[in-house]
Design a protein around this ligand. Structure first.
Ligand code: ADP
Length: 532
């Protein structure tokens, strides 16, 4: 062990001596056993990389606890020795940083071993999960027992998990797609090692921990999402009762400027919950990036993919320029009636739309993936986009009011920036209830195009923030920059909470731009061509 540490060439936590670090590793080893601690570069490789456009950020070690009590002990050692910890659950946070920390030298606390499904309550339709539970595992658990309950997987990863995804405020596509909204009751190890149960769980022996969110007193759960105030060790998630019937509604529109009419048609359907699924309106290139070869011969990697190529490739795959997927759920009669009403509304306002036959459309991987997403089945298709332009992706994800003109304006902002940097605009608008998430993929070649992608990402972030559009989430390389764009009072309150709960700043320093010594001031902390 000592030899391995010595050969790591000083990837130590900032301000921690080799001696103190060696002591921390000894103490962690006593807690979790030698097999569950590593400082070996070979084992740290996966924790140092993502597909985003930054060079590796090496942690100093990984620790894999197997119980809540072990996490409490790890946190106490870290507090005493001032060792920064970076917790993660299933570690599939692809294109947002995956398993990378903000700073080099953190000790990764990998919770994958804690993967028990602690409870599934069929009548009240909820589950309680540990951090390492994956969507694929929960899906199998429900199917194996024939339980008439659906989960809500995110688009990218069956290997991701409900706990990690919810604490990052991830989204899915069924009516339960706003994951944090449909979570209820957490258990959290605080930075001082104490155990907090949120909401109704604060009452010892509570019988309502995972069914009544608000409990008594302040609602604390939000503090442990998109932050660095605690390690979440249990989470209640509500599951959707399998509906007696459902009907996907899949449509295409042929022209780019159809986006205005599409989003305006969707707004009342979404706000009234006539269409309760998230409704994805994806540009053709987003689907093509998963299915077609990148045409290097047409672009040389410096020009946008030509329009003619997009149209031709889309035509071969039952895709329009815009591809719309929503779903209605309920009894057979209400589903038939609602689906017919949606089709009538669309036909009146969007005569240029083509409504697809669902069975036929499901022959295409893109549409099949969409139907799976909206019916609670984890699916992998979106991963294949990563290879399109050479392995790199970073999601840009500002939130926009649900108006057609706003969507058009967004494309006007985004496209020239992507194009100026030699990348394609690959985006989708995901209609939630009153907002649309404008999710764009900055696909780039690694490592050649990383610097350029970094500049492009920064410019996009700033352009959206300048116009009042905040990203709902960002990757680890841009957390501090994004926080620097927020109001000083907000930043100050985040830091004060951090100081109160984690005075030594041992938990995930810099996560979401929060550090015990302050949140970044506007436009500060520029380093290495980026903001980290
Ligand atoms: P997923 O695999 O579902 O995408 P991850 O396990 O990769 O989720 O977690 C994403 C991020 O969320 C992590 O990098 C970390 O910052 C945060 N996170 C994950 N699990 C926890 C947890 N149990 N407690 C606190 N923060 C967490």
């Amino acid at each position: 062990m000592a030899h391995a540490i010595a050969s790591r060439r000083a990837i130590l936590p900032r301000g921690v001596s080799p001696r103190t670090f060696a002591r921390a590793i000894r103490e962690f080893t006593e807690i979790v056993g030698g097999r569950n601690v590593s400082v070996s570069p070979a084992e740290l490789v996966p924790y140092a990389h993502d597909v985003i456009m930054v060079p590796p950020i090496w942690p100093s070690a990984v620790v894999r606890p197997g119980s809540v009590e072990e996490i409490q002990r790890i946190v106490r050692v870290a507090g005493a020795l001032r060792i920064p910890l970076w917790p993660l659950s299933t570690g599939k946070n692809i294109a947002y940083g995956r398993m990378m920390a903000v700073d080099p030298g953190n000790v990764i606390v990998d919770l994958a071993r804690m993967n028990r499904i602690l409870e599934v309550n069929e009548q009240l339709a909820y589950a309680v999960v540990e951090p390492g539970v994956t969507y694929a595992q929960l899906y199998k658990h429900l199917r194996d027992r024939n339980l008439p309950l659906w989960l809500d997987p995110p688009a990218t990863a069956p290997g991701a998990g409900p706990l990690g995804n919810t604490v990052e405020r991830g989204v899915g596509y069924t009516p339960y797609g706003e994951h944090f909204l449909f979570s209820c009751g957490m258990e959290v190890v605080l930075p001082d090692g104490r155990l907090l149960r949120t909401g109704s769980g604060a009452l010892p022996g509570s019988r309502t921990w995972h069914i009544f969110k608000w409990g008594f007193g302040p609602y604390l759960d939000g503090l442990f999402t998109a932050s660095n105030y605690g390690i979440v060790t249990k989470l209640g998630i509500w599951l959707m009762p399998e509906p007696p019937a459902h009907q996907p509604i899949l449509m295409t529109c042929p022209r780019e400027d159809d986006i205005v009419a599409i989003m305006d048609v969707l707004r009342p359907l979404k706000i009234s919950h006539t269409l309760p699924s998230a409704v994805v309106v994806a540009h053709a290139l987003l689907a093509l990036a998963a299915e077609a070869e990148y045409p290097w011969h047409l672009t040389g990697g410096t020009r946008p993919v030509p329009d003619g190529w997009i149209r031709e490739e889309a035509r071969k795959r039952m895709l329009g320029i815009w591809n719309i997927a929503g779903c209605v759920y309920g009894s057979p009669a209400t589903v038939a009636e609602t689906a017919a009403a949606v089709r009538r509304t669309v036909a009146a306002a969007l005569p240029q739309a083509t409504v697809l036959d669902v069975e036929e459309a499901r022959q295409s991987p893109y549409w099949d993936h969409k139907v799976r997403n909206m019916t609670g089945v984890p699916s992998m298709v979106e991963y294949s986009r990563l290879s399109w332009r050479g392995g790199g992706n970073a999601f840009v994800a500002p939130v926009v009011p649900l108006f057609g003109e706003e969507a058009r304006r967004h494309m006007e902002i985004a496209r020239p920036i992507f194009w100026r940097h030699g990348f394609d605009y690959i985006g989708e608008f995901i209609a939630a209830t009153r907002d649309q998430h404008h999710v764009m993929m900055l696909l780039h070649k690694q490592p050649d195009e990383m610097e350029r992608a970094m500049r492009c990402y920064r410019e996009l972030t700033d352009a959206f923030c300048d116009e009042g559009y905040l990203p709902y989430r960002t990757n680890v390389a841009f957390m501090e920059h994004t926080m620097s764009r927020l109001d000083p009072v907000f930043r100050d309150v985040c830091v004060r909470i951090k100081r109160a709960l984690d005075p030594h700043g041992i938990l995930a320093p810099g996560k979401n731009g929060i550090r015990v010594d302050g949140a970044p001031a506007p436009r500060s902390r520029r380093r290495r061509g980026g903001t980290r």
